[in-house]
Design a binder for this molecule. Structure first.
Ligand code: HAM
Length: 420
């Protein structure tokens, strides 16, 4: 029955047969953020495009190639948010959250938009969970944020992941390192992809994480950022590592992590899953001490991360992990004959008022078809109400797991079900 219209390329519907997985992850994410006393922040899905241009960076792929940018009817330049950090920092500054108690530890959930070539694990509308801690440049905060992501994945039961960390230094270290990279890559200029040739001029570090095979091969032997960190960045990075060891969080150092967004400084990290194929980063994050100033605020250091629901669901499915099961009603009501059908509305309301989930199919008339529907619903019990039961003010309760049934007083039904 395929219709005329399809979802836009790179987007998808979350169908009722899948939505419980999304709900499960949302709930688990809320649970873990609560353990760390993070609070939810919700920002609009579109923002002034300048927010992303100034922070994520005009030359980043996200802004240059992938941003859904448009003008509204008054000619304002807006963008569907490609990520959540810049909007959260915009809101933080705008609402003076630094002056309010308990407002520096934030989490968010919601759709993001990037116009990229769709493939498995990469969509044009995708859903992120993320946290931002905008308070301090203490490496203890980096470690705590990483531990939140780690505990979240662990609580979901994911086993196959690796935490990779790096430090990309501060502007002080970067100046020297950019020059070193330039000297290293220049002899290979003609072998680099056209994007990397541009990157070499604008932001040489980004050549390090190019996915093109030849660039990757050349980058493999490039000098490491870690050899060019200044004293402060070096100490910061060492402290993060010591803290992770103290918390028993295994990690590897990957000096090739540069992250594709310009706002990062010092700590950068990714949770990577080998079984996911090309799009194998479950979670990406890091420190962004200059972001608030880039958006016109005071100097306010921050650190955070975000991950995509789609890749998380895929890796949980690969590992055959549970999503807590589909939504199932406790009771299925079978109403036989017109009188019972009318009475069923009263009974449904009574059960629901008492917090008992119950379903019915008003379209099905016969006992057979209604019982089939009851079995298909996977409810625990069927309540069967016919003309005879109505005259004796009783109802049949059938246990759908073992087939046993019992006649009970219609007035006692709520109490009876509560006890069962
Ligand atoms: P990001 O690395 O661009 O970082 O994205 C984070 C995660 O979002 C990725 O690791 C991936 O799981 C998911 N993701 C990104 N793009 C797509 C896509 N097209 N389709 C499906 N999933 C995708 C950020 O967005 C930063 N704001 C993270 C951050 C927060 N850094 C500090 N605070």
């Amino acid at each position: 029955m395929a219709g005329k219209y399809k979802v836009p390329r790179g987007t998808f519907d979350i169908l009722p047969t899948e939505s419980y997985k999304w709900q499960f992850i949302t709930e688990k994410f809320r649970q873990v953020t609560k353990l760390f006393n993070y609070r939810e922040i919700v920002t609009p899905i579109f923002e002034s495009s300048e927010i992303f241009e100034r922070s994520v960076g005009e030359d980043s792929d996200i802004v240059e190639k992938e941003m859904y940018k448009f003008e509204d009817k008054k000619g304002r330049s807006l963008a569907l948010r490609p990520e959540g950090t810049a909007p959260v920092v915009r809101s933080f500054i705008e609402n003076g959250l630094n002056l309010q108690p308990n407002a520096s530890k934030l989490y968010y959930l919601g759709p993001m938009f990037r116009y990229d070539r769709p493939q498995k694990g990469r969509y044009r509308q995708f859903y992120q969970y993320g946290v931002e801690n905008i308070s301090s440049n203490d490496p203890f905060v980096d470690s705590e944020v990483i531990s939140l992501a780690y505990l979240f994945l662990k609580n979901l039961g994911i086993a196959d992941f690796e935490l990779q960390i790096n430090s990309i230094g501060c502007s002080n270290c970067t100046k020297d390192y950019d020059a070193v990279l330039n000297r290293y890559f220049t002899p290979f200029l003609s072998d680099l992809c056209s994007d990397c040739r541009k990157r070499l001029v604008k932001n040489p570090k980004r050549v390090l994480d190019c996915k093109v095979k030849t660039c990757k091969k050349i980058a493999a032997k490039a000098p490491s950022m870690l050899d060019y960190l200044d004293k402060n960045c070096n100490e910061h990075f060492s402290q993060v590592q010591d803290n992770l060891k103290l918390m028993d969080i295994p990690f590897v150092i990957n000096p090739k992590i540069v992250r594709g967004l310009d706002y990062y400084s010092q700590t950068a990290f990714e949770f990577v899953v080998t079984s996911l194929g090309a799009q194998n980063t479950l979670i990406g994050g890091g420190r962004y001490d200059g972001l608030s100033e880039q958006l016109g605020g005071k100097q306010m250091p921050g650190v955070g991360f975000a991950g995509g629901f789609e890749r998380l669901i895929q890796s949980m499915e690969n590992e055959k992990l549970s999503f807590g099961g589909e939504q199932i009603p406790s009771i299925y009501l079978v109403a036989l004959g017109n009188k019972a059908r009318v009475y069923s509305l009263k009974l449904l309301m009574e059960l629901r008022r008492n917090g008992i989930s119950v379903d019915i199919d008003f379209d099905k008339i016969s006992m057979n078809s209604q019982m089939k529907a009851a079995n298909r619903s996977k409810a625990d019990f069927a309540l069967i109400l016919g003309a005879e039961e109505l005259t004796t003010q009783s109802i049949i309760c059938k246990d759908l797991k073992n087939g046993e049934q019992e006649k009970i007083n219609l007035k006692e039904v709520v109490n009876y079900l509560r006890i069962r």
